[in-house]
Design a protein around this ligand. Structure first.
Ligand SMILES: Nc1ncnc2c1ncn2[C@@H]1O[C@H](COP(=O)(O)OP(=O)(O)OP(=O)(O)O)[C@@H](O)[C@H]1O
Length: 238
């Protein structure tokens, strides 16, 4: 399987501060990888560097076989790289339906957009039931569903998610995991940052463990979950 997204030896951060240090990472077409690690280890910065939001000091990023190292985030979205940020990921004062329409802002095929809104309602019936509700009135789980559905409206080939399970109830975590599975099975590759290590390692195929900006470990998610040393040293799983 070829790679949809790669980063080679990237050094990234903000201003003059180097946070991500010499990291190489890849996501296969239709793949499903997790990036885990302690608080402040640079996971979000790594994701932002891939998207063009953080400063890239060194290294190379490719998407769909094209060099996107110096590209701006609006262009990567249009190329099919989707992003669900950790916070402020919906427009609270717009309805669910309007949020989905906003998710298609890079597109100019009205009929296709309409069909995709219907497709999202099929995938997320919870959202269809409340399509005229303001996003600000939704529960945490519903809001996260909307954020994901909104990102899917751009028809991404790969979707990067920053802690999609954070602050959710056990039930909502399982609902979001089910939706992510459906999205992945429909062909969109996933790269997911998570603090809920146990749950994400049970879901993802491969994982990277980032510690103080450097890759400490990578491999099949199941192998990392069973690795006693990794569980104790990096994952807080004991
Ligand atoms: N916009 C920013 N400007 C300057 N430094 C930042 C910025 N955002 C994050 N940092 C710093 O970068 C380091 C890594 O943060 P980052 O959010 O990438 O880690 P993380 O692994 O995603 O952490 P968490 O799991 O807590 O979200 C931290 O020391 C943080 O203070």
């Amino acid at each position: 399987m070829s790679d949809i997204l790669t980063a080679e030896n990237i050094v990234a951060g903000y201003g003059d501060v180097h946070i991500v240090q010499n990291v190489s990472i890849r996501l296969e077409e239709g793949g499903n990888v997790a990036v885990i690690g302690p608080n402040g280890s640079g996971k979000s910065t790594l994701l932002k560097a891939l998207l063009g939001f953080a400063r890239l000091f060194e290294g190379k990023v490719t998407f769909g076989g094209r060099d996107v190292t110096d590209i701006t985030p609006d262009k990567t979205v249009a190329m099919g790289l989707g992003y669900v940020s950790q916070t402020d990921n919906v427009f609270a004062n717009l309805t669910i339906q309007e949020n989905l329409e906003m998710g298609a802002f890079t597109r100019n095929d009205g009929a296709g957009v309409k069909a995709d809104i219907e497709r999202m309602y099929q995938m997320f019936p919870e959202l269809e039931r409340r399509k005229k509700f303001y996003a600000g009135s939704l529960s945490g789980g519903e809001r996260q569903m909307l954020a994901i559905a909104r990102a899917m409206m751009a028809n991404p080939r790969a979707l990067l998610l920053d802690e999609p399970l954070a602050s959710l109830s056990h039930k909502a975590v399982e609902t979001i995991i089910d939706k992510l599975r459906l999205i992945n099975e429909s062909g969109t590759a996933l790269m997911i940052i998570e603090q809920n290590t146990r749950r994400i390692l049970a879901f993802s195929e491969r994982a990277y463990v980032l510690v103080t900006g450097k890759l400490a470990l990578e491999g099949p998610a199941a192998t990392i979950l069973e690795n006693e040393d990794a569980r104790k040293r990096y994952l807080g799983l004991g």
